[in-house]
Design a protein around this ligand. Structure first.
Ligand code: PMP
Length: 392
């Protein structure tokens, strides 16, 4: 018997009811039966992004959502300010460059959050900027960036601020309208507890107005087409055939998230992340970053003399737990534990216990039980509200 657990920062495990929703017969996408359920999804997405504006549902992975944002809100040759500092910040820059945009990078040291003052200076020095691109939760380094502060700066300019919230939505605090973020992109395979394959794009009023002024080439990615289908009838529609099954699964997951309460979901993730970090430190390991850690993922330096690929391999082969290696230039230097979406205290304790055993097998001098008790110390000293968030 081999039982499989995902503790990666996406894709994540799915609640049984979300899995079951994917097994329903395919509905025709123009049928009233489907469109009434899609209407529920569109409405509930607004409650998760905390916006009153429309949220587009694209049949694409997260990277597709990022590309669609660049093609809709900038034209070739225009200037984009990109906050890098990890694989996904760098991905924004690569997509923009491949589409012929002029990219100015704000190079953030990997493992650090961006300093908003540097963004302010770059905005002053580059008034031609049409789009600022940032990341809520940088999955490769485990950093959460100060999105609300950057949004406030960009709001004073004519530029739009687009946020990759792919691993951050329904994990980290994020308030689209209140913070004045213009474009926020999520993927279904992380905090939204659904399979990979949909990209959700929330748009501000400023973004909707800017859309009309952009003429760059696009077809499948056209937000104008998507918005027309979404808004022209009583029930929303899609310009192309959408991923019907995924939308039905997302409907179930969104219901669960809103039943739990969005703020409770954020607190649960913060506590799982804190317990994971404490467990790791109690084992004598080091975190890659301690400054502004994301609630989505814990990034751990490999111990001296132990390969990170050996750790991930043994975790999977011996214990059935999928954790992941570093990405980009961090590959081989760190390993990452995700605690996203359908994840609870038991998952964290199980992962730490297995990690102790793996490190023991790899001759790292770990004290068995140290990591588990580090996490238990967090779970056993909670405030009343926190207990409710973990035991819901
Ligand atoms: N941005 C971030 C922050 C991510 O974590 C990921 C996926 N790991 C992506 C973008 C890319 O998403 P996808 O793999 O669905 O294209």
């Amino acid at each position: 018997m081999h039982k499989y657990h995902i503790m990666a920062p996406g894709p994540t495990e799915l609640p049984p009811s979300v899995l079951a929703a994917g097994g329903q017969p395919i509905l025709h996408h123009r049928s009233l039966e489907f469109r009434s359920q899609f209407a529920e999804v569109c409405e509930n997405l607004k409650h998760v992004f905390l916006t009153n504006q429309p949220v587009l549902t694209l049949s694409a992975g997260g990277t597709g959502g990022m590309e669609s944002c660049i093609v809709n809100f900038s034209d070739p040759g225009e200037t984009l300010l990109v906050i890098t500092g990890g694989v996904f910040g760098e991905r924004w820059a690569k997509i923009a460059e491949s589409l012929g945009r002029k990219v100015i990078r704000i190079d953030v040291p990997w493992g650090q959050p961006v300093d908003p003052q540097i963004v302010a200076i770059e905005l002053l020095q580059n008034p031609q900027t049409v789009l600022v691109l940032g990341t809520l939760s940088e999955t490769s380094t485990g950093v959460e960036h100060p999105i609300s502060q950057i949004a406030r700066l960009v709001a004073c300019t004519d530029a739009l601020f687009a946020v990759d919230a792919i691993s951050g939505l329904a994990v980290c605090e994020f308030r689209m309208d209140e913070w004045e973020v213009d474009v926020a992109i999520a993927g279904t395979q992380k905090g939204l507890m659904s399979p990979p394959g949909l990209s959700l794009v929330a748009l501000s009023d400023k973004a909707l107005k800017t859309l009309k002024k952009k003429n760059g080439p696009k077809f499948y990615w056209s937000y104008d087409s998507a918005l027309k289908s979404l808004m022209t009838d009583k029930y929303p529609d899609s310009p192309w055939t959408p991923n019907v099954s995924l939308i039905l699964q997302l409907r179930q997951a969104l219901t669960m998230i809103l039943d739990e309460g969005l703020e409770n979901v954020w607190i649960r993730h913060q506590l799982l992340a804190k317990a994971t970090r404490e467990g790791i430190l109690a084992m004598g390991l080091q975190l890659f970053n301690s400054n502004s850690p994301s609630a989505a993922v814990t990034v751990i330096k490999r111990p001296e003399g132990v390969e990170s690929s050996a750790i991930t391999k043994h975790m999977l082969n011996d214990w059935g737990i999928s954790i992941v290696n570093g990405q980009g230039k961090m590959k081989g230097e760190v390993f990452r534990i995700g605690h996203i979406g359908y994840c609870d205290r038991t998952d964290v304790l199980m992962t730490l216990a297995a990690l102790e055993a793996v490190l023991w097998d790899l001759h790292y001098p770990v004290i068995l039980g140290s990591g588990v008790s580090g996490a238990q110390n967090v779970f056993l000293t909670l405030k009343q509200r926190e207990i409710q968030c973990l035991t819901y």
